[in-house]
Design a protein around this ligand. Sequence first.
Ligand code: ZN
Length: 64
Amino acid sequence: MDANKKWLSIPKEIRNEITKNVFCGRCKDAVTIDSYTIEEDKFGIVLKGKCHKCGKEVARVVES
Ligand SMILES: [Zn+2]
């Protein structure tokens, strides 16, 4: 199963919670991740995108 399918297999409500709760090192807060991509990670999958507030690159691992 590829990373994108793994992501889509997670219930939509949980995916929404995850994308709204990504830590940004610049904002020092949980932010919404924008224009993210899904990639394989050794622990599951990882979302890579940009902070909605400041535009800094942020990532969030989703353990499978
Ligand atoms: Zn930020």
